[in-house]
Design a protein around this ligand. Structure first.
Ligand SMILES: [Cu+2]
Length: 344
């Protein structure tokens, strides 16, 4: 009798436990969104959460699927937390997929790429900012409402919105390519004032757009007219016109340190009077790396005035005829490369 009673008690307890576990699960919904998108040749990158504003219920989760060869993170920082410098180490650290975020401690994926996923559960009502640690101007908002409040949109709406935002960002690309060519010719004009023997290459172009939920950007991840023919002792100047993404100009072996300039053997990267970095290449055997070349960052209220940094231009003077291939060390995988052909 006692044994039977105890088995019955156990059964009841188990059933209650199963119910307790099952009930909230049934009430929850797992929403889907995308992170980043690209054109077939990977030259055009949508640097965006797609969509970047979603309304869900407390207890729901969102699973993000990464859609580009360029890396991004899904990160939720706590209010007051400083945006971390090291993008590879999470918020830090990297937290596993499927954890809850209620605003009390941060969660962050690693930098992820095409096809990978990351899930966050939102147990508590509130408005939370989603950020990418790789791209400072890529962010959005997740509105978590009490379960008894109606939601404005369903999953199908967000699927359509994600597609539309992706298309809108990538279609800007065509306009940008013309714009870039125009900029390129203007660049040549300005460079001509510096030296009649300077050729300009645009190292990336981009534009930031806003929604009510945050910001998204489009980036053309290419050296525009990146193959240039010059004569010995001429200079090539690379300029980054992308407000969001930094690039490098790298000849030869890619160094460990991608952020700082380097040159070897028997050469240095110096700074011109206007702040541009400048190296002289005398042989095709030299490894020359620009370091991070990026458009200047905006000034922010409450943040001390920064020096004019990082460098926005990189110049190389070529003294010896030959063929000099180069890449962007960050975006080589997306096909960002070019060649300098030096004639006698
Ligand atoms: Cu790049």
């Amino acid at each position: 009798m006692n044994v039977r009673k105890s088995i019955r008690c156990q059964l009841i307890l188990t059933s209650l436990l199963v119910l307790a576990v099952l009930l909230p699960v049934q009430a929850q919904q797992d929403w889907h969104a995308r992170v980043g998108g690209q054109s077939a040749d990977m030259s055009k990158q949508a640097v965006a959460f797609l969509p970047n504003e979603i309304w869900i219920h407390a207890g729901d989760s969102i699973t993000w699927t990464f859609g580009s060869g360029d890396i991004h993170t899904v990160t939720f920082l706590t209010v007051g937390q400083v945006y971390p410098f090291d993008q590879s180490n999470g918020c830090p650290p990297i937290t596993p997929s499927g954890l809850p975020f209620d605003g009390s401690s941060c969660v962050s994926s690693a930098p992820l790429t095409l096809g990978q996923t990351y899930q966050v559960i939102f147990p508590q009502a509130g408005n939370y900012e989603i950020v990418c640690l790789v791209h400072g101007q890529m962010f959005g908002t997740i509105h978590v409402l009490d379960p008894d409040l109606p939601l404005p949109h369903d999953q199908a709406f967000y699927d359509d919105e994600a597609k539309e935002q992706l298309k809108a960002l990538l279609e800007d690309a065509d306009r940008h390519q013309h714009h870039a060519e125009y900029q390129h010719s203007i660049g040549d004009m300005f460079s001509a004032k510096v030296s009649s023997h300077t050729k300009s290459v645009t190292a990336g172009v981009g534009e930031i757009a806003a929604t009510a939920g945050g910001q998204q950007s489009f980036s053309l991840v290419r050296f525009i007219s990146g193959t240039v023919t010059i004569h010995a002792s001429d200079t090539v100047e690379w300029t980054n016109l992308d407000p969001e993404i930094g690039h490098t100009i790298t000849f030869g072996t890619v160094p460990q340190d991608l952020i700082d300039p380097s040159c070897s053997p028997n050469c240095v990267v110096s700074t011109d009077p206007d702040g541009a970095l400048h190296a002289t290449i005398t042989t095709t055997l030299q490894d020359v790396h620009s370091g991070l070349i990026a458009a200047l960052l905006e000034d922010e209220p409450g943040v001390p005035q920064a020096p004019v940094s990082p460098p926005t231009r990189f110049r190389i003077t070529f003294t010896t005829p030959g063929t000099y291939p180069y890449v962007c060390a960050f975006h080589d995988n997306l096909g960002m490369d070019g060649t300098v052909i030096v004639l006698p």
